[in-house]
Design a protein around this ligand. Structure first.
Ligand code: PRP
Length: 209
């Protein structure tokens, strides 16, 4: 058996869905379901080694070649612009990046807009295109609290079901971009492990169809 293909998967709910796709594509790793706290699992028979990493770190592992391929949300790819190949839209983890605010919020175009977000680059690009002056407040989670407490006017955040917004009396105002999970590859690995990566890619592409 040739070398392993090292695969960075995003820890959590999305990762479990994505792992099932790899499994269905012919790259199972039964020990991954043992539910212990191990972070690395390998199946020498099909030549894959999976790592669980924090979703926002997948692109770092892949860009630097610690992983040959991985699965990252389009949000992470837009935010960090890693130097990787984006091979495939896996059409899972589908959600939207939205501008949201309190239900009764009315924007005042003469005032600098205070924007709370985990995605400062995406937010800056979006408002630059509109030539809107903004003040970015970068937070790491629970973004919905910011407008409730008057820390910001709006948020730029991921909306999946809309439940978090609804339950906090916030409303979505504008869509920034559609998001879904993407298969990405390290550029050097794509060259040197091309056959193995192409095989994984085409098996996954069939599942997506
Ligand atoms: C994401 C996002 C929203 C929520 C949206 O948060 O930031 O808070 O999910 O999902 P919904 O539309 O289905 O309610 P996440 O769970 O990643 O937590 P955090 O941003 O607060 O860390």
């Amino acid at each position: 058996m040739a070398e392993f293909v090292n695969i960075a998967l995003p820890k959590g709910r999305l990762g479990e869905k994505v792992y099932s796709m790899f499994e269905a594509a012919g790259y199972p790793c039964p020990s991954i379901k043992e539910n212990n706290r191990k972070l690395i699992y390998e199946n020498p028979e099909v030549g894959v080694r999976y790592f669980w990493v924090k979703p926002s770190d997948v692109s770092i592992y892949v860009e630097r070649g610690a992983a040959d391929i991985g699965v990252a949300g389009k949000d992470i790819l837009l935010e960090y612009s890693p130097d990787v190949y984006e091979l495939l839209d896996l059409k899972t983890g589908v959600c939207r990046m939205m501008v949201a605010a309190m239900e009764d919020y009315r924007s005042d175009p003469d005032k600098t807009l205070r924007v709370a977000t985990k995605f400062p680059n995406i937010a800056r690009n979006y408002y630059d295109r509109q030539r809107r002056e903004i003040d970015i407040i970068t937070l790491n989670g629970s973004i919905e609290l910011a407008p409730i407490l008057g820390l910001s006017d709006v948020i730029v955040d991921i909306v999946e079901t809309g439940k978090t917004l609804y339950e906090n009396h916030l409303a979505p105002f504008e869509k920034v971009v559609d998001i879904s999970a993407r298969l990405i590859a390290n550029k050097a690995s794509f060259k040197f492990k091309n056959e193995a990566i192409e095989n994984i890619y085409s098996s996954l592409a069939k599942i997506v169809e």
